[in-house]
Design a protein around this ligand. Structure first.
Ligand SMILES: O=C(O)c1ccc[n+]([C@@H]2O[C@H](COP(=O)([O-])O)[C@@H](O)[C@H]2O)c1
Ligand SMILES: Cc1cc2nc[nH]c2cc1C
Length: 363
């Protein structure tokens, strides 16, 4: 492999982050892929969004001979101190339990990935368990974040270390031959942290972006909105920069995924986003390093209310409307299989030339 840019993850600082410049995807390749689609024996534009999405992938990879055979979901796992406030149905023991399943590919995302020959790479960035969990990449920064109602969830340094871990994961995946990555996460309370990040970045009402996550009573739902409102006011987050928002009310998983998005843009690896937690990370990444979003692909619309607003802000419209709310990267894996199908048409369908018919012209 050609040498990549100098590693930034050993000593990532706010200043280094602010200086990252992203080279845009290759426009010439994008045009060539679209032209190749027009030669396929089918009505013009009839593969719809899959024509533009595969053109984006070609532009990112720098070739019209698009190969995404080797794919993986990077699953950032971490606990959130805010669960102390009764904003979730499940306690932190569920994070440890499901992480153990993930290690054996026995959680939902593992089963899905196995069925299409994709890999899963679960990473422990901050599960609240002292001992390492076999089968997880151990990049633990701390055993869960702090309760953000009482104090900031993380220091800026902790958030930067988690971002750096995400960037490094993309680098090492590219070195290992992965052509496409998906974003996954696991961590009770992360729909609260995501809603808090979304409300602060989008400067909107907390009620507009808060949902019931993995299930929540009416009392819990009100408490969830209240803690987010309190924190936004207490720390002045409607006017804070993205790193401060992330460190104050975000999570180690969101920070890690922010790094995966930035890493995708730095190392030209297409990154397929999953649900609301990934979308919040994507917007943080775009705000921290403009141009990152050109390297991100959507998967599904989910059911948390923040997603709709995050999608609009990022300008990336998902193709799956399955009301999914599982997380773990499940929607990204579904998208992997759809992209594989679209690419099998792109690579091996008959052309107008093959059937000796004049190619349809764009009107
Ligand atoms: O991806 C989503 O849109 C999504 C929506 C609701 C829940 N989840 C998953 O459920 C967990 C967070 O839910 P909660 O209620 O504890 O905030 C976490 O492990 C996520 O992977 C994920
Ligand atoms: C069982 C369970 C599995 C999950 N996977 C991702 N988030 C989850 C939340 C719960 C509660």
């Amino acid at each position: 492999m050609k040498s990549l840019e100098k590693p930034i993850w050993n000593s990532l600082t706010r200043e280094i982050l602010e200086q990252i410049v992203i080279t845009p995807p290759d426009e010439e390749v994008r045009k060539k892929v679209l032209k190749n689609w027009d030669a396929v024996a089918k009505p013009i534009d009839s593969m719809g969004r899959f024509e533009t999405l595969t053109a984006q992938i070609g532009a990112i990879l720098g070739t019209e001979q698009i190969n995404i055979d080797k794919k993986a979901v990077v699953i950032m796992c971490a606990d959130n101190g805010i669960v102390e406030e009764g904003v979730t149905l499940s306690g932190q023991e569920v994070t440890v339990g499901v992480a153990g399943l993930m290690a054996k590919k026995q959680s939902s995302v593992g089963r899905m990935a196995d069925s299409i020959g994709a890999d899963t790479i679960p990473v422990d960035l901050g599960i609240n368990a002292k001992d390492p969990i076999p089968g997880l990449k151990n990049k633990k920064i701390r055993c869960g974040t702090r309760n953000f109602v009482k104090e900031p969830a993380m220091t800026e340094e902790e958030a930067l270390r988690a971002i750096a871990a995400g960037v490094e994961m993309v680098y090492s995946c590219k070195e290992a031959g992965y052509k496409m990555l998906g974003t996954g996460e696991l961590g009770m309370g992360n729909t609260t942290t995501s809603a808090a990040v979304a409300a602060a970045l989008l400067q909107c009402e907390v009620s507009e972006v808060t949902g019931r996550g993995a299930g929540l009573s009416d009392t819990g739902f009100l408490r969830k909105q209240q803690v987010i409102k309190e924190a936004i006011e207490k720390y002045g987050l409607y006017h804070a920069d993205p790193l401060k928002v992330l460190a104050t009310v975000g999570g180690l998983d969101i920070a890690g995924l922010t790094g995966v998005c930035i890493g995708g843009a730095l190392y030209h690896v297409p990154v397929v986003l999953d649900g609301v937690i990934s979308m919040a990370a994507a917007l943080l990444a775009e705000r921290m390093v403009p141009g990152t979003k050109d390297y991100l692909l959507p998967s599904h619309k989910g059911k948390e209310p923040a997603i709709e607003m995050l999608i609009k802000e990022l300008g990336i419209e998902p193709v799956i409307d399955g009301k999914l709310g599982l997380g773990e990267g499940t929607g990204a894996v579904m998208m992997f299989s759809l992209l594989d199908m679209a690419l099998s048409v792109y690579h091996s369908s008959a052309t107008f030339n093959d059937i000796q018919v004049e190619q349809h012209k764009r009107l």
